[in-house]
Design a protein around this ligand. Sequence first.
Ligand code: BV8
Length: 248
Amino acid sequence: MSEKIRIDKSTSLLVLTGAGVSAESGIPTFRASADGLWEKHRIEDVASPEGFAEDPAMVWRFYSERRAKAKSVAPNPGHHALASLEEQLGDRFMLATQNVDGLHGRAGSKRVVEIHGSLFKTRCSRCDREPFADETVYGHDEVPGCGRCASEGGSSLLRPHIVWFGEMLDPVDLHKISRFMSNANKLLFVAAGTSGAVYPAAGFVQTARRYGGQTILVNQEAADNGGQFHRWIQGRSGEVLPSLFDVE
Ligand code: BV8
């Protein structure tokens, strides 16, 4: 085990997690699951507005399957380690996750920004009703419709409250993250379980460095943006995270 990372009283810690953290709970990552394919489709094509427009039932099958899987697993020591770090650091801690499975929240994390949305929220693809909690695992060809639009004589499909490829992330989320970094007296940025392939999340390391932050990657394999980190700790997040930090 490499030496611990000391977090003194002036340090603020921003953590970014990816599928590799949930992999420790048994949820396949984007890269591992049949080299990024699902039902022979590229995930980038399924998780996209175009994919939904073309075959909403297939997209709902993809998300319903992942809802069922996420409900069937439990948070792992990596999730719990981050929840306890938050308890120790309070507002000097922030967790930005690319994961949509809700496992950080189930582990007790509160200061979580789900930058790519949530498997367990649904919204209308057309009207501006608030995204609502929805754990339904829809039937094979079922595509839910918006009741509010129907009550007003319209008809529109419900969609997962997920940021698809080609869609903007919520600017409120991005502002929260950049404000956390700019307000930090001393910034430590740790990315865990992510291939660093998808932007803008893969660019957070550069932003952290611009704020003078120390940047560390905890990952099983080399990441696409791995060269931008000061340090790479190779290993499994469920093993590395619980004993990585020494909080003063
Ligand atoms: C945007 C939710 C711009 C979905 C996700 C062409 C057209 C449009 C956009 C683009 C384009 N070309 C490029 C882009 C930008 C695009 C992008 O970056 N594409 C990539 C492919 C190049 N980005 C976007 O589209 C973003 N939006 O740019 O909007 C815009 C501007 C103006 C107007 C309109 C739009 C939106 C990106 C969000 C997409 N949604 N998720 C869903 O979940 O269904 S992305 C999804 O894949 C994840 O959330 C994550 O972000 C990403 C990668 O996944 P990872 O989490 O990193 O997982 P991965 O499997 O890749 O890696 C796991 C890692 O863990 C591995 O390295 C492995 O070694 C490691 N590991 C495994 N096990 C362990 C482990 N490590 C430790 N321990 C273990 N046990």
